[in-house]
Unconditional design. Structure first.
Length: 169
């Protein structure tokens, strides 16, 4: 199994999530993958796809529903601007992770019970995949994954479809 530093996503889960199976057999369902989760396609069998997540967990999915990603997002020649600065999103991710860590510590130390933990952690979601100088960061406020090369953010995948063109329809 690959270590975390070797994970390179090839696809993301569609915006409404994706059911998984322990084997390419619809009678053996397991968990559901979160929307826009980066995964690496491991192998295929017909319409079935075996995917690996950044934490090493793997499962079978309906491969027809995976969203393929380019190997490297296309670059831009625009200088780093306030909207492309990765630091605000990194700070937001750090705050969410710190909140979760605090709750885990409180639960482990017996200062809160499991129901309180579940209540206070509800709504906390963080997504980050780091691979050397590259990072894929989930911004739930804007419903999208970004690719970061250390200097700028570029939209990598989004929950919302593109807006309709004016005059179309």
């Amino acid at each position: 199994m690959d270590g975390p530093q070797e994970f390179r996503p090839t696809h993301v889960v569609p915006g409404d999530g994706l059911p998984t199976w322990a084997a390419p057999d619809p009678s053996r369902p397991t968990a559901r993958l979160d929307p826009l989760l980066p995964v690496r396609l491991d192998l295929t069998s017909g319409d079935w796809a075996h995917v690996v997540c950044s934490n090493g967990w793997s499962a079978w999915v309906d491969g027809r529903l995976l969203v393929a990603l380019p190997h490297h997002p296309p670059g831009t020649v625009a200088p780093l601007g306030a909207t492309a600065d990765p630091r605000p999103l990194l700070a937001q991710l750090e705050r969410a992770l710190a909140s979760y860590r605090r709750l885990v510590d409180e639960l482990a130390d017996g200062r809160i019970d499991l129901e309180t933990f579940r209540t206070h952690s509800r709504g906390l979601r963080v997504g980050a995949v780091l691979d050397g100088p590259a990072a894929w960061l989930l911004d739930l406020d804007h419903g999208r994954w970004y690719h970061c090369d250390g200097t700028r953010l570029q939209t990598y995948a989004t929950v919302d479809p593109p807006p309709a063109e004016e005059g179309a329809g």
